[in-house]
Design a binder for this molecule. Structure first.
Ligand SMILES: [Zn+2]
Length: 208
């Protein structure tokens, strides 16, 4: 008996079902019970619907690239935000992950440009500034159009350290570096902030 039986694969589960349960279980926020429920739900789904879901996942992997300017995920390069002439070209809001842009856009409180670092400085996990998209950010400041960089990293230890690093690294460029105001729950993620809190934090941002 080499077949492993894990909590998500009780004996007698057909291999394709077990594979889907395992795959769903690897997603964030999906426990073994949820993975099982989703799998049996998908079993009852009409084939066309299941195929559409599978295709949507494949499309995301094959058609989505990083914008060469802001490093956000996009279908075309440069992305829609970078090419939008209506947006304020003098401000760049720096975020940790592409998902953070969704939260800020939803708050409708920012009409400038973005820059995605793809992570935060974390000595504990061996992530330094050189592992993030800082060089790409500094390159964007060279044309002199940008006057302010807003550090919208999360209000936790790593987020603060990253904002501090940015303010030092950008000092020589003469660009003003600001930080989201307090009011965001400390230690939490931007993703979970409500629109009003986020809008207020942007409005009352402070120099770093
Ligand atoms: Zn872009």
């Amino acid at each position: 008996m080499n077949e492993q039986t894990s909590p998500s694969r009780p004996a007698g589960t057909a291999a394709p079902i077990a594979r889907l349960i395992e795959a769903l279980h690897r997603l964030p926020g999906i426990g073994p019970k949820s993975a099982q429920r989703l799998t049996y739900f998908l079993l009852r789904t009409p084939p066309a619907e299941a195929r559409a879901l599978a295709q949507a996942i494949i499309d995301v992997k094959e058609k989505i690239i990083f914008c060469s300017i802001c490093q956000n995920v996009t279908e075309k390069d440069p992305c829609d935000i970078c090419t939008d002439a209506q947006r304020d070209q003098s401000m760049i809001c720096v975020v940790e992950e592409p998902l953070d842009i969704l939260s800020i856009e939803r708050s409708r409180s920012f009409r400038g440009l973005y820059h995605v670092l793809h992570g935060v400085i974390s000595p504990m996990e061996g992530v330094g500034p050189e592992d993030l998209k800082f060089q790409e950010l500094i390159a964007r400041l060279r044309n002199g159009n940008v006057t302010e960089v807003i550090m919208a990293t999360n209000p936790n230890l790593e987020g603060e350290a990253t904002a501090m690093y940015a303010s030092r690294a950008l000092q020589s460029t003469g660009v003003r570096v600001t930080r989201l105001a307090r009011g965001l729950p400390t230690g939490s993620d931007l993703e979970y902030a409500d629109d009003q809190t986020l809008a207020r934090a942007l409005e009352h941002r402070q120099d770093v």
